[in-house]
Design a protein around this ligand. Structure first.
Ligand code: SF4
Length: 423
């Protein structure tokens, strides 16, 4: 079996927000799931089960806490730090994402519990879609202001505690969701888009100024696409317009803290594209190789998303066949992921075929009817998907969603590629 270097624990089944685009239905039964998760964290069942299935616990360097709102169970996790660091002696990174609706004190208390003899990098991602007016559209009234307040207060508190905790580094990054609704608003009102990105630039500048420790690193991670990727040709054109106008704004006003989203993935293709067919692991997330996730009932998954299937079509398949329930049967995990990894051509050809068909019916730019162009496009797009996402959305790990193709192949991908070439 492959080395397992990363472990993800489903650590929370509750959330203090109710975002319109959340793909996890906030079912009242999740309260009971959450109670059980906390109990299993506290009595060490989670880690001991996972450790029985990991070939060598010394290989594990990354621990991700995932769930609806992972900060809700940080106290339970830190209460087991002694056990976690003893059983995973080479753990280097602990990461989680948060909506930053709660008091940041819970994160500070968590950090303070890290033993001083353990060198740890803490990765904290905050989800913010833009200025409060934009953010609150999908995430609820007042949520944007709370994020701003809590991110600032986290940084101020980190400034205070890190001088005494030289073993800890904290990486903070934000990630928003680019919803179709907001894209259309930007299309109607370019000034609104400018206002939003000026705001984001100022916000980043302000929080950068607050940082007083070289062990706090701040990065802007960009955007996720909104699941289940219901983007149309119109959204694709609006996205292209947004990129072009944003680029102009960045240059004209010298915005230092805002960059064009989705640009970085091209770099990997430009540098290592020749390895695409031989070293698939370089081009996709760890869910497909060295990551192991454990859920509520000791079931293993490739990706945490498998615990919350996104639609009725795939729910039965994922729940019944794709989660590994017989805990020790890691051989099955091995061949399921190998299957995905060993046939990149199949995935590439699927996207190329869809591009040709969409180009023929005018739903994407007609230039994608060209095989070579569609090939490069497919390589780049495949970096943003893993087999779990593909399976959840399309009921097959080899299929890429059509909405994303429409989003990127109506001018956006060409624009980003042009930027890369000219830089
Ligand atoms: S914060 Fe995340 S988990 Fe909570 S409702 Fe919003 S999208 Fe869902």
């Amino acid at each position: 079996m492959n080395k397992v270097e990363a472990i993800t624990i489903l650590s929370s089944a509750l959330c203090n927000l109710s975002c319109k685009y959340c793909y996890i239905s906030q079912d009242p039964r999740l309260k009971e799931v959450h109670r059980k998760l906390v109990e299993r964290i506290r009595n060490e069942e989670f880690l001991s089960t996972i450790l029985k299935s990991v070939p060598d616990p010394n290989d594990v360097k990354f621990l991700a806490l995932w769930g609806l709102e992972p900060t809700l169970t940080l106290p339970a996790i830190s209460s087991r730090f002694d056990y976690i660091f003893k059983t995973l002696p080479n753990l280097k990174v602990i990461s989680f994402s948060s909506n930053f609706q709660g008091d940041s004190k819970v994160i500070i208390d968590f950090i303070k519990q890290i033993p001083r003899d353990k060198k740890i990098e803490l990765g904290i991602q905050f989800s913010m879609d833009g200025m409060p007016k934009i953010n609150d559209l999908m995430r609820g009234d007042g949520s944007g202001e709370r994020i701003i307040r809590n991110v600032k207060s986290l940084i101020l508190s980190l400034n205070e505690i890190l001088p005494d905790m030289t073993n800890v580094r904290v990486k903070i990054q934000d990630k928003g969701t680019l919803s179709p609704k907001v894209l259309m608003m930007y299309k109607e009102d370019k000034e609104l888009m400018f206002e939003n990105f000026r705001f984001m630039n100022n916000f980043y500048s302000e929080i950068s100024d607050l940082i007083k420790s070289s062990r706090i690193l701040l990065t802007c991670a960009g955007f996720n696409q909104e699941r289940p990727f219901n983007y149309t040709k119109e959204h694709g054109i609006a996205f292209f317009n947004m990129l072009r106008d944003l680029d102009e704004l960045i240059n004209k006003e010298d915005l230092k803290y805002v960059s064009l989203p989705f640009l970085s993935s091209f770099n990997r293709i430009a540098k290592y594209g020749l390895e695409f067919n031989n070293k698939q692991r370089m081009f996709t997330c760890s869910a497909n190789s060295g990551n192991l996730c454990i859920g509520e009932n000791d079931e293993f998954a490739f990706c945490h998303r498998d615990f919350f299937p996104e639609n009725e079509l795939t729910r039965k398949f994922v729940k019944e066949y794709y989660l590994i329930r017989d805990g020790q049967n890691m051989e099955r995990r091995q061949y399921l992921t190998s299957c995905y990894m060993d046939f990149p051509k199949l995935k590439l050809e699927y996207i190329i075929v869809i591009c040709k068909e969409l180009a023929r019916c005018g739903l994407i730019d007609k230039s994608y009817g060209d095989y070579n162009k569609a090939y490069v496009f497919a390589m780049n797009r495949l970096q943003e998907i893993c087999q779990s996402t593909a399976l959840q959305i399309n009921a097959s790990p080899y299929m890429y969603d059509i909405g994303s193709i429409k989003l990127f192949a109506n001018g956006a991908e060409d624009y980003l590629l042009g930027k890369l070439v000219s830089s």
